[in-house]
Design a protein around this ligand. Structure first.
Ligand SMILES: CC(C)(COP(=O)(O)OP(=O)(O)OC[C@H]1O[C@@H](n2cnc3c(N)ncnc32)[C@H](O)[C@@H]1OP(=O)(O)O)[C@@H](O)C(=O)NCCC(=O)NCCS
Length: 335
């Protein structure tokens, strides 16, 4: 019986720091409002000319993860790339990573599951490893939000929250029972697709149509978010899917050593922490520094927690995410 373990982790964020005060210079917002509602102090934005893109940041994170896994690109048999902000409408980021890393003609698959993209992606990787089809899978979550946000007062309810960055994990076959990814749990509820969405440009809203049909105040090529509705659903689904994962493995909240929640909003993470009666050092948060980096948030947080020695051999690590779709999921890992 094969399982998959995380054999290497890496992350990358652009150098350009954008503070809440920086945002207040271009839109009607302020540090107090942003920190009080989201916990965010600053985020990173790609700067024009700094050479970054969604797939380039993914490559930077992936190189670190591969080195730490002590593997080369030739060892990788599948790339899974999670993002909502690909460099191009098509093809996806996976093939761009393959090209930039000079990899063989291995399969490359993009996952479009927004904030839960990384959890979905490692679940897919885990299935391929469990069946024996692949030994080493490279999973990347990367986002360039700043390229597509409305940086005016009109977009302030969304734009202050999101940031750029990438994280990567190498998943490797293991035969050690009871270790590695114990289980993953995935859900979606398409009835709420529009509550956190970006409608166009798309095949439903192509560019000429957008320009002719939409007045300036209703532009569907910027993200829309029904913040309070998202918040209320997030706290319920996070808790449900963590409980589902624990129960599937006959575990309880007291067994958790480290919870890595998708960095949606510090208030959401704190709510979940209270529900599971976890201490501050059992939940890793870095949204204060990076904002919400969607598919990149869990692998960046997981990498940092591991780098800081907060995850040790044998620890029970729980990943949980919720976001646009709505989609949500969890992964229960024995490190
Ligand atoms: C987005 C969020 C922070 C907004 O907080 P909120 O308390 O719901 O705030 P509201 O949207 O009700 O807005 C309250 C007021 O602040 C204003 N406001 C919105 N964004 C603002 C900003 N960046 N700066 C200052 N004021 C702002 C609104 O216009 C509104 O003003 P009004 O009362 O005069 O109409 C909150 O709903 C949230 O975190 N939701 C979950 C988002 C999330 O996690 N998304 C990712 C999911 S993966």
């Amino acid at each position: 019986m094969y399982t998959s373990k995380i054999s290497g982790l890496g992350s990358y964020v652009p150098e350009n720091v954008v503070t809440n005060d920086d945002l207040s210079k271009v839109m009607d917002t302020n540090d107090e409002w942003i920190q009080e509602r989201t916990g965010i102090k600053e985020r990173r934005h790609i700067k024009k000319g700094d050479g970054n893109s969604t797939s380039i940041m993914g490559v930077k994170a992936a190189k670190i993860a591969l080195e730490r896994a002590k593997l080369t690109t030739d060892d990788i048999e599948l790339i899974i790339f999670a993002t909502l902000s690909p460099d191009m409408y098509f093809p996806g980021g996976g093939v761009r990573v393959q090209e930039m890393m000079n990899m063989r003609t291995i399969p490359a698959l993009d996952v479009r599951n927004q904030c839960s993209g990384f959890v979905y992606a490692i679940s897919v990787a885990d299935q391929f490893i469990k069946t024996g089809m692949y030994k080493n899978v490279l999973v990347i979550g990367s986002e360039n939000h700043s390229g597509g946000l409305d940086m005016t007062t009109r977009g302030r309810g969304v734009s202050v929250i999101f940031g750029d960055g990438a994280g990567a994990a190498v998943l490797t076959r293991s035969e050690e029972e009871g270790r590695g990814i114990l289980s993953t749990h995935l859900h979606s509820e398409g009835a709420h697709a529009k509550e956190l969405s970006l409608e166009g440009p798309s095949t439903e809203h192509w560019v000429p149509e957008i320009i002719s049909e939409n007045p300036q105040e209703n532009i569907p090529y910027y993200p829309y978010m029904n913040g309070q509705f998202v918040f209320k659903n997030a706290v319920v689904r996070f808790s449900e899917v963590i409980n589902e994962g624990l129960q599937a493995n006959n575990l309880s909240a007291t067994d958790i050593n480290m919870l890595i929640p998708h960095q949606a909003n510090l208030r959401i993470s704190q709510f979940v922490q209270r529900q599971f009666k976890l201490s501050d050092d059992q939940v890793y948060n870095n949204i204060q520094k990076y904002g919400n980096t969607t598919a990149a948030s869990i692998p960046i947080a997981l990498t940092e927690a591991w780098e800081q020695g907060k995850i040790k051999e044998g620890d029970l690590v729980v990943l949980a995410a919720f976001g646009s779709g709505f989609t949500w999921g969890s992964a229960i890992i024995r490190w």
